[in-house]
Design a protein around this ligand. Structure first.
Ligand code: GRF
Length: 254
């Protein structure tokens, strides 16, 4: 059976695209989808170079400020795209496209929403706003996309501490690290159908277990340890599920 097909849209360097390519490569046959198209509104976006290096078709979306929704949709349909992943895409996606891909389009925003999102809140502006607010926590928010900037239902947020002496760049780097760990895992979960957006606008099931105590990102830990903490907060650890299975078997009356 063929896997769902992903288009990644990016305007910039594409480090989140790279994280997704690497994550899927590490999962091998366990990956839930294939990235079959990378598109950008900027012909010189680093993301397009990363796509070509990975052997993924790269396209430029003709980009007046409000791109033509029909041409946009035609591109996605030409590649029979099932799931659209925004990764640093700085244009509003036309409503024809967000409607067609409702529940099948994701974005990562580098701060808590709705507090630090909306029109004009991108790049360093976001991190400067967090610092100016005096907030002690920031961190990426992954959400479904609707017709407004940074507005659709939130799937997952991971807290990242603001550290004394931070400027926008040091904070951005710390948050970006969290994005690279969190976003591919959410993409995998949505692509596999494990997480869906209901007609009521609710995400189900929640990405993190209700009883998980996911701590804010600890910058001292390496990526493998942080990834393991994220995975643990999501799934029932196998030791626990084995115990439950054993209990259920021993309780069965024959
Ligand atoms: C990330 O911080 C993401 O949260 C935001 O844009 C940035 C993209 O970075 N939406 P990159 O192009 O993936 O390196």
């Amino acid at each position: 059976m063929s896997r769902p097909r992903i288009a990644v849209l990016a305007s910039g360097g594409g480090s989140n695209l790279q994280a997704l390519i690497d994550h899927f490569q590490a999962l091998g046959d366990g990956r839930a989808a294939d990235i079959v198209l990378v598109a950008s509104n900027k012909s010189d976006a680093g993301a397009l170079g990363r796509a070509r290096a990975a052997g993924i078709p790269a396209a430029v979306i003709a980009s007046p400020r409000t791109p033509n929704g029909d041409a946009f949709l035609a591109l996605l349909e030409r590649y029979t795209i099932d799931l659209v992943v925004l990764a640093g895409y700085l244009r509003l996606v036309p409503p024809e496209v967000t409607r067609r891909y409702a529940g099948h389009m994701l974005n990562v925003h580098p701060a808590p929403l709705p507090a630090f999102g909306g029109p004009g809140m991108y790049g360093m502006r976001v991190h400067r706003a967090v610092l100016a607010s005096g907030a002690r926590m920031s961190g990426p928010t992954v959400h479904f996309v609707d017709e407004l900037y940074d507005h659709g239902a939130t799937i997952a947020h991971w807290q990242v501490p603001v550290i004394d002496g931070d400027d926008a760049h040091t904070l951005a780097d710390r948050v970006l690290r969290a994005e690279h760990l969190l976003y591919p895992r959410v993409v995998q979960a949505v692509a596999s159908g494990a997480i869906t957006l209901g007609d009521d606008g609710k995400v189900s099931p929640p990405f993190f277990r209700a009883d998980a105590h996911l701590l804010p990102l600890d910058p001292a830990l390496d990526d493998a340890s942080l990834g393991a903490l994220l995975d643990e907060a999501r799934t029932m650890p196998s030791a626990v599920s084995n115990r439950i299975a054993a209990t259920e078997t021993s309780n069965t009356v024959h």
